[in-house]
Write a protein that binds this ligand. Structure first.
Ligand SMILES: Cc1cc2nc3c(=O)[nH]c(=O)nc-3n(C[C@H](O)[C@H](O)[C@H](O)COP(=O)(O)O)c2cc1C
Length: 194
């Protein structure tokens, strides 16, 4: 199985990435044949948002069905993976802008989704996506990033959406080490059945 880790974490001691790594470590012990690819979004120099110029090019390429163009490399990679893990800190009620830029790049009609007489159909191979995040404050059950990524799964035909959250990690009065350790235990438990 080919698994893509989309890493949208930038802080050197990212707790979100730590959570993701704990999940993957246990997962790998059980599934040693699986092949992981890590896409570090902040290292991707070619990853840019859509503007007037590249939207025009993109529309021309879609019209010609020229799916092998370098512009579609992220969309092709995403569509071909068997499983997806997204690790992104909770920023400004959702996730970092770089993850939205990445999503702009992979939302390609003809690669990750398409339209037919019934509306849209997902074209992605993956059966599961896991969204991992950590937040500074308590979220009170509302995470727009989670809602967004869950909606992406529906659009792309990815049936199962899983979610791991450690919240309140910047609340000094709380035992944040305990909160993170509990989330790590949850991650490890999920990795055994994922
Ligand atoms: C740019 C930025 C925006 C943030 N926005 C929020 C926010 O809206 N709500 C919140 O609870 N925490 C917010 N935080 C705190 C982070 O969610 C928290 O520190 C998280 O654990 C960071 O993850 P990391 O350790 O993986 O970098 C923000 C942090 C940064 C740097």
């Amino acid at each position: 199985m080919k698994i893509l880790l989309i890493n949208a974490c930038t802080r050197p001691k990212s707790r979100t990435l730590k959570l993701a790594k704990h999940f993957i470590e246990v997962y790998k012990k059980k599934n040693s044949e699986d092949e992981f690819t890590e896409l570090r979004l902040y290292d991707e120099k070619e990853l840019t948002y859509l503007d007037r110029r590249n939207i025009k090019l993109r529309n021309e390429l879609i019209e010609k069905k020229q799916w092998d163009h370098p512009m579609f490399k992220y969309a092709n990679e995403f569509a071909q993976m068997d499983r997806i893990i997204v690790a992104a800190p909770y920023w400004d009620l959702a996730f970092p802008a770089i993850l939205k830029v990445y999503l702009e790049n992979i939302f390609v009609c003809g690669i990750t989704f398409a339209y037919d007489e019934n509306g849209e159909i997902g074209l992605c191979n993956a059966d599961k996506l896991l969204y991992i995040t950590t937040a500074g404050g308590p979220l009170h059950g509302m995470d727009l990033g989670k809602q967004y990524i869950e909606a992406v799964c529906k659009e792309f035909g990815i049936d199962k959406f899983d979610y791991l959250l450690a919240e309140g990690l910047d609340v000094k009065e709380w035992d944040t080490e305990k909160i993170l350790n509990e989330a790590i235990s949850e991650a490890q438990e999920l990795s055994l059945i994922w």
